[in-house]
Every structure is written in structure tokens, then in C-alpha cells.
Design a protein around this ligand. Structure first.
Ligand code: AKG
Length: 228
């Protein structure tokens, strides 16, 4: 318990300072297993092929698309009752982040060679007035994710400068920051595995690495709005 408190304090500091944090072994094994049991069958059933996000025209040439399923927790209400979901909420509270859950998505990168998720801010997808920090995203890997298997990558300190200009890919409505308007800062490539969490402000510029082998990488992304 002490160790977890310390981890969460460090995570809150990193989030405040750099715009993101990663917490390893944040969710206990039993809760991860329950989550995998809920999300993997849903991904298998729903993801191929209806919500195919073809990024091939804005990313490096690749042979596989990325698939996204919006609002899985509305399709299966057990997801919100899961121990992992409760753990995530408790952790946000312990980090003194007063917020409420808004929506979620399942993202599958299916190798070989699924493209990089382009640099973007989640706030570019939000509508309506929001906190200047733009709320929070909690990203939950359900497979190991690193620079070869589609790990999340962050532009350090990028939450400070507000909304950057985004372009929209016509066919898919995917929003992305073009190379020539990309803010300059250090890139941090994360390495994570099931049980870990990455948390970022919705103003933090981020993307994810391409999949270089024939792996598939599933992640669950949860959006939270800050309470005034
Ligand atoms: O999983 C990915 O490739 C990207 C996830 C992402 O951008 C997000 O959850 O905000």
C-alpha cells in the first residue's frame, strides 16, 4: 500500500510537470485477467472489420490498418463493473484528480506492420468547452507495447501550449498534427505491459509506434472530464 501511494504521488508529479505518467503494475493480475476476459472477446467479435481506420495515407506505408471500437463499456456493461475500472477510478482519486468517466475505445493494431498512430492531442476530438488542461486519458495496454509492438509515445511538456493545429484525414476523420506544425520537444517512447497504465492530459501531444512484426496490440483508452 505504501509503495503504491509513493508510485501514485510520483505519477501525479510527472503528469503535472511533463503532461503524462506511466504507472507500472498498477492493476492487480486478477483484475487484468478479468478485463482481458471482457475486452478480448468483444474485440474479436466487433473489431474486424467494421471500424477500420486506414491510416496508410498519412503514415508510413504499411500493410495493416488500425481498428477502433468506440464505447465498448456501453456494449458490455460488465466492463464498468470490473475491478480494473474501479481500480482506475480509485487511483485517479488518490492522485487528487477529481474527474468523471466520459467514454472509452478499444484500439487494435494488427500486425504485420500496422502503422504508427500519428501525433495528436485528444482534445482535438473533443467538442464543447473544457478545462484548459483538456481532461484526462487513461490508456490501458492489454498486450505488451513498446517501440516494436506499438508502444505509446509522448512529446514531453507538450500539455502546456494549448491546442496545436490539426489536419483531418478526409476518409476516416482521424486528426493529426502535420510535421511542419509539430511542436519541438523531446519524445519519450514508453514500454508497457498488461497491468500498467499510461495517463495523459487530453492536451498532451502523443501517438504510438508502428507494429514492426506480426504482433497484434490491443489497448483500452478511457476519457475522463475534470470536475470544475
Ligand atoms: O493506442 C494507440 O495507438 C493510440 C491511443 C491514443 O492515442 C489514445 O488513447 O489517446
Amino acid at each position: 500500500m505504501e509503495l503504491m501511494n509513493q508510485k501514485l504521488q510520483n505519477a501525479a508529479c510527472s503528469l503535472d510537470r511533463h503532461g503524462y505518467c506511466c504507472i507500472n503494475a498498477a492493476i492487480p493480475h486478477t483484475a487484468v485477467r478479468e478485463l482481458v476476459g471482457l475486452l478480448v472477446p468483444l474485440a474479436k467479435r466487433e473489431l474486424r472489420p467494421p471500424l477500420r481506420i486506414d491510416l496508410r495515407h498519412i503514415s508510413s506505408p504499411s500493410t495493416s490498418p488500425i481498428y477502433q471500437l468506440n464505447r465498448p463499456s456501453e456494449i458490455n456493461p460488465h466492463i464498468k463493473a470490473s475491478a480494473a475500472f474501479q481500480e482506475i477510478r480509485n487511483m485517479l482519486e488518490m492522485m487528487h484528480l477529481s474527474c468523471h468517466f466520459v467514454s472509452d475505445a478499444l484500439i487494435l493494431k494488427d500486425g504485420p506492420h500496422a502503422p504508427a498512430t500519428p501525433w495528436h492531442q485528444d482534445v482535438a476530438y473533443d467538442t464543447g468547452p473544457s478545462d484548459p488542461r483538456g481532461g484526462l486519458t487513461v490508456w490501458v495496454p492489454l498486450d505488451a507495447a513498446d517501440r516494436v509492438t506499438g508502444g505509446l509515445r509522448y512529446l514531453v511538456d507538450s500539455h502546456r501550449d494549448g491546442l496545436v493545429r490539426h489536419l483531418t484525414a478526409e476518409a476516416t476523420k482521424v486528426r493529426y498534427i502535420a510535421d511542419d506544425t509539430m511542436p519541438s520537444s523531446t519524445v519519450h517512447e514508453t514500454t508497457s505491459r498488461p497491468g500498467d497504465l499510461c495517463i495523459h492530459w487530453r492536451t498532451t501531444v502523443h501517438g504510438s509506434a508502428e507494429v514492426r512484426g506480426s504482433h497484434s496490440r490491443l489497448a483500452w483508452s478511457l476519457g475522463f472530464e475534470l470536475r470544475p
